[in-house]
Design a protein around this ligand. Structure first.
Ligand code: IMP
Ligand code: MG
Length: 181
């Protein structure tokens, strides 16, 4: 079991498993709406997944433009009350097909907010790709069009995802199981 920062990390999804799913998802995206395609990576968590998925999309024959948006949720303690834009995209999305990329779909609040925002701005189709779906945690009506893996109800780290700003650099997705000996 890998040890990082003195913690044991159990691997849930290996680099090879993730790369294989990314190739499959890129083929699925190729079969969806992609006219004048704009990919929007939701920061910070999705930066590694987005980087790999857009290269897999190139392999599938797609040539998207790429943008970034930083969204954060606010509210008290663990219960999120809303989502706000910390840093917006620069592009006009009017009449474009947009693919939103995020790391994890949980309550659905982040992606519901982002999807509504882009439709309000005149996007033609807005589809959603997530690496992980925690379906049991859904609180609002939002389903992803492309899902890497159905994720068990664990707090996961790695492949862009953090706990207290740590572990984003790991090339796999894992769960912190405790202190290393
Ligand atoms: P929601 O769907 O609006 O509840 O938000 C999902 C967001 O919460 C993701 O984009 C992540 O940033 C964060 N998140 C949820 N679960 C985890 C986890 O297990 N590890 C790291 N971040 C998580
Ligand atoms: Mg996030």
């Amino acid at each position: 079991m890998p040890v990082v920062r003195g913690k044991n990390i159990e691997i849930l999804y290996s680099p090879e498993a993730i790369a294989s799913r990314n190739r499959d998802m890129a083929e699925e995206i190729m079969r969806g709406p992609h006219k004048d395609l704009l990919v929007i990576s939701i920061l910070k968590g999705s930066f590694i997944f987005a980087a790999d998925l857009i290269r897999a999309m190139h392999g599938a024959g797609l040539a998207p433009e790429v943008e970034f948006i930083t969204l954060s949720s606010y509210g008290t303690g663990t219960e999120s009350k809303g989502v706000k834009i910390t840093k917006d995209i620069d592009s006009d999305v009017h009449n474009r097909d947009v693919l939103l990329i995020d790391d994890i779909l949980e309550s659905g609040r982040t992606l519901r907010f982002a999807k509504d925002l882009l439709y309000e701005r005149g996007a033609r189709h807005v589809t959603v790709a997530v690496l992980l779906d925690k379906r049991m945690k859904r609180r609002v009506d939002l389903e992803a069009d492309y899902v890497g893996f159905e994720c068990p109800d664990h707090f996961v780290v790695g492949y862009g995802m953090d706990v207290a700003y740590a572990f984003r650099e790991l090339p796999f997705v894992g769960v912190v199981t405790g202190d290393a000996e």
